[in-house]
Design a protein around this ligand. Structure first.
Ligand code: NAG
Ligand code: NAG
Ligand code: NAG
Length: 356
């Protein structure tokens, strides 16, 4: 029942369920999102919802609690976090919501608050990253076939794309301008990058689940740096839970990347091209050869900060999947910094948000 309701809501826009529609889960109890159930702890004026699960909670969606009717709050007890942190920063771990039966490969709620879902008409196309409240970076490959920018939609702060029960709502915006890199080529894959701009009058509102990521400084070097990729998979759409995946990878230094690519099926054509980054890891963790994964952001810690990230790359394709290790190639974002700065400046858009 709730599912049908949510689908209808979804089609109507980004409304959120109101109190009257909650489903009964036991006598005098209804299923409500955790933050709307006044059962939990208040510490230093901050409300921490009780996220433990009882048998009765099993009658509700995994993001809901079976709550006594008199404890239902009409407005969610949202944490009063500062909306602004520096680029690539994120909020407290307690706030991360995990699905039941949590798997290592799934990102938690708010773990990568710059992660954006890109839609064309009503179909999910790919993932991207928010760099300012008005600009998203993704691959050219993802948006090249959408002729009118107006058909593209970007959704920030999303987590489970099947429902609207997250502690903070997601935010959807239409794309007003889609800038594909002028030297993008598919064969050989080069300059696979695009900037998607939203209406200046409707910027994304920064929130604990909506934050920009930093862009790397041009002198950034990768030497087996441990990084992450995260994004949704197209094949998951239509399921009852559509959660972003998350993998740990290592970014290779350029000489290693060149050597490994020469040995891969992509051959010499890609053997020497520094516009690409190589990152790999354990195949068990990664869906190999999934062409739908293009555009997922590769995110690395900023040097000197364990918990702040910059956008190192965008997945262009997986290059090697035979054997226990795999290798993927990524657009090397640091080389496009000048182009991105220029395009935003030409439109009088603030570029300070993504600067380290
Ligand atoms: C595209 O390639 C041309 C020719 O190599 C070059 O002059 C131009 O600067 C490139 N454009 C960008 C945005 O890099
Ligand atoms: C990468 O790190 C290793 C070990 O710390 C070091 O020996 C090597 O010189 C570094 N390579 C580059 C290109 O910085
Ligand atoms: C990478 O390949 C593209 C397409 O062939 C080419 O335009 C670009 O100059 C190459 N970059 C480097 C650093 O070799």
């Amino acid at each position: 029942m709730w599912f049908v309701y949510i689908v209808v809501l979804y089609l109507l826009g980004s409304l959120r369920p109101s109190i009257s529609v909650f489903q009964n889960c036991a006598p005098e109890k209804q299923c409500v999102p955790y933050e709307q159930c006044n059962e939990g702890l208040t510490v230093d004026g901050k409300f921490y919802p009780d996220r433990s699960r009882t048998t009765l909670d099993g009658n509700c969606h995994y993001m809901e609690k079976c709550c006594n009717i008199q404890d239902i709050l009409s407005t969610p007890g949202l944490p009063q976090e500062a909306a602004n942190c520096p680029c690539g920063g994120r909020h407290d771990l307690w706030y991360y919501l995990r699905p039941l039966g949590y798997k290592q490969q799934e990102a938690k709620f708010g773990e990568f608050p710059w992660l954006v879902a890109v839609y064309g008409a009503d179909t999910y196309l790919c993932s991207g990253a928010l760099i300012t409240p008005l600009a998203v970076i993704t691959t050219a490959h993802c948006v090249q076939n959408v002729q009118e920018a107006g058909k593209l939609r970007v959704v920030a702060g999303e987590w489970d794309a099947a429902v609207e029960l997250e502690p903070q709502p997601h935010q959807a915006r239409s794309v007003v301008e889609s800038l594909v890199h002028p030297n993008y080529t598919q064969m050989p894959m080069a300059n696979n990058m695009a900037i998607l701009l939203v209406d200046k009058d409707k910027p994304f509102q920064l929130a604990p689940n909506v934050q920009p990521i930093c862009l790397p400084p041009p002198q950034m070097a990768y030497n087996y740096s441990q990084c992450y990729v995260s994004g949704w998979q197209r094949g998951d759409f239509g399921a009852s839970a559509i959660l972003p995946k998350r993998w740990t990878l290592y970014v290779l230094p350029p000489d290693q990347c060149r050597t490994k690519l020469r040995l891969s099926f992509l051959g010499r054509r890609h053997a020497h091209n520094d516009s690409l980054l190589c990152a790999g890891g354990d195949k068990g963790d990664f869906v190999c050869g999934d062409v739908d994964m293009t555009g997922v952001p590769l995110m690395c810690p900023l040097s000197g900060h364990d918990d702040r990230f910059h956008l190192a790359g965008l997945l262009t394709r997986t290059a090697r999947c035979d054997g226990p290790q795999f290798l993927g190639i990524y657009t090397n974002v640091k080389l496009y910094r000048q182009w991105i700065d220029l395009k935003l400046r030409e439109r009088d858009l603030d570029i300070r948000q993504y600067m380290v």
